[in-house]
Design a protein around this ligand. Sequence first.
Ligand code: SF4
Length: 386
Amino acid sequence: MPTDSAIQHLYVHVPFCDGKCDYCGFYSVVAHDAARQAYAPLPGRELRAMLDKGTVSQTAAPRTLYIGGGTPGMLADHGLRRLVEGLREAVNLEDVEEWTVELNPATVTPALADTLAILGVNRVSLGAQCFDDDVLRSLGRRHDVKAIVRAMDVLTEAGFQNTGLDLIAGLPGLTTQGWRVSIERALALRVVHLSIYALSLEPDTVLARRVAGGESLPDDEAQLEALSQAETLLAGAGLVRYEISNYARPGWECRHNLACWRGEDYLGLGPAAASRADSRRWTNLADLAGYVGAVTADTAPPRDAETLDASTDATERFVFGLRLYEGVRPDIFAERWPAATSRVGEWHETLTRLGAQGLVEQASHGGWRLTARGRQVADAVMRELV
Ligand code: SF4
């Protein structure tokens, strides 16, 4: 298998939660502490095996590291230490500029926050979802509003400045007023980053079954209204919508995610984690037992993998860039990915046409990006360029 140029962005999936939220389509399982601790060293071992076998090259140290889930806090202090030791046995983490850990408010303790700071974590993303206890409970979340506030206090006390919250727009039962309060309370916690996702109905979830049983969800119009309300409130507070679902104070954008949207390669470790390396991409299967068995035997975990032709690969990366407020310029993009050169003229024509329809616009530096109307039909706009 060919090796790639050095991958500078690592993602580690921690596939454990203490229950299942009704809407959640991410891969996570409820497991005993012994199983969670046994998992902790394996992402590092998966990485080491890939390097030893030449599946990927890692001539440069990673610049971003993102530990997500699931609920990474379910590994507790000792498990997180073991996870990081495992990664350090495979690669040098000294040059990581941004090191994010996703946390569930209920798992944040002073000891955990101190451990994260000592390990070198410098960014925390907290899954708040909303600030309404009844709605949180009705969605099967295992935290309440008090826990969000307490978690932020603990993180601030431990010295974390780069903190963000996730909120979900269009939650059933959350009124317009409740949504406004959620955003205002998030802002009051002085986070520098907010991710605002639209609720999506994932198959095989409790919420999907509730809907099949007759429950109705806020319609598209209500969801768009909630997203637009968020944009107005956050813009007023000085947060820039630098990507379709992400807002930050200038200078506090998530570098890991920015790198992925800018088309850079990334390596995902753990079950259900996705990777992109040159024209290859693969996703480890959402199968914890299969992952543990394979990685413990120093073999590759079960995966879905494909190799794209160079033009398709470049097109995918180009289209991703449209998600960003900074936009993407076909000619500059093709300098980085020469396989896109033959498509530059065609993309320019299509973007000009979409611009006339008010779906994209050109920033002052020439980068094309989605307009507010374009964001509402982002998938359709992107399909025009594929
Ligand atoms: S805590 Fe996150 S990953 Fe776990 S079930 Fe809830 S939404 Fe899914």
